[in-house]
Design a protein around this ligand. Sequence first.
Ligand code: CMC
Length: 431
Amino acid sequence: MADTVTIIDNRTGRQVECPIIKGTYGTPVIDIRDLNRELDLFVHDPGFLATSSCRSAITYLDGDKGILLHRGYPIEQLAVQSTYLEVCYLLLYGELPTQAQYEAFRADLNKRNLVHEHLMQFYSGYLHNAHPMAMLIGITGALSSYYHEAMDIHDPEDRDLTAKRVIAKMPILAANCYKHSVGHPFVYSRDDLSYVKNFLNMMFSVPNHHYDPPASAVRALDILMILHADHEQNASTSTVRLAGSAEANPFACIAAGIVTLWGRAHGGANEAVLRMLDEIGRPENIPKFIARAKDKNDPFRLMGFGHRVYKNYDPRATLIRKVCHELLEDLGTVDQPLFEIAMRLEEIALKDEYFIERKLYPNVDFYSGIILRALIIPTSMFTVLFALARSAGWISQWMEMMEDPELRIGRPRQLYIGPKKRDYIPIDQRV
Ligand code: CMC
């Protein structure tokens, strides 16, 4: 039997044979590109619940089985055995680097880990209490002005250079959002530190103190960043691809991704989780918040619960939960009330029919906020950390898209439900 689906328009009897395409894993897709030409129909799928937007070889996730692979490597192995920078290389180039390739990659990044001094002046335009995500959006967008005319997005070498610039400069832009908010001097990037330690150094070192973060903190953040590095065609990645499909400047595309990530339904959830836990305040208050989450007349949702794709469990959440326990134990903060509330909340929600029925499990953001709090990262910076980690995924997906022979500008269609054609009425005749 042919691998096709026949779509018949019962109104006219016309039909179209659509090929079924299989990937390496996962749900096969129906290629409906002939549908409009043959039947004069579009498909309607708000929120893209059943739509594949591209071919991609970067990340695979199976929401029912709780599987997440980057370039074929299970996230569980990467989180335990790899480093964030190695995962960046893997996402970008498709293979784990040899020692020599890794050293060359690091050296290349080190050549690019400065930003123009003029760009640093952009921060002064923001109030000290501006949300760091608002700053990061603006500053990343501004970076596009430094790399525009001289960069050819159709040249593979320029694209590679762009990817390295993004990975090298995003920690600087992110850390400076924090420095600006606390009024401390910006700290320059250091070639001798690991990627994550360098970021922490730019965040927390000050001229009058020696700063040396505990190894457990560096490792916890490294794992957290690995877990956030890429996640298939999520909202922010799709935004980067959509903007990129119009041949927009790639730094501006990354800024567009940051805009989308900021939303509470997406990356903004890690900040929202902590604000929610703070609001709950005491374990005794949990039932009240669970009841609110279940109440259809209350817009409140349990932040850090649920996922569009993971309907079993989020493998990142399983990993991060363990890291969270280990870190808090190592830092001696295991008794902190916030963590206790989080654990009680999780326990209660997992037994509740409402959450079981709807397959609402804790997602990665439920635990990441607790780790970041333990690392003394301010709550408003949580989504910035997510953006920093995800920029590797965004730029890898952009690179892949630019090499895709099927690339066309992203241009969804719509179901028009507005008024029928009508004639203009001059203002003095309107009632
Ligand atoms: N608390 C209470 N009810 C929920 C929640 C929640 N967190 N999430 C979904 N529901 C209910 C929802 O009301 C609906 O109920 P019903 O069928 O009775 O109308 C049902 O579950 C299905 O929800 P949905 O909104 O159709 O699901 P979705 O796939 O469109 O949304 C989601 C997924 C992640 C946006 C949503 O679960 C949510 O808002 N979660 C809280 C925010 C959050 O933690 N986001 C981080 C996601 S993971 C990291 C990332 O992607 O950046």
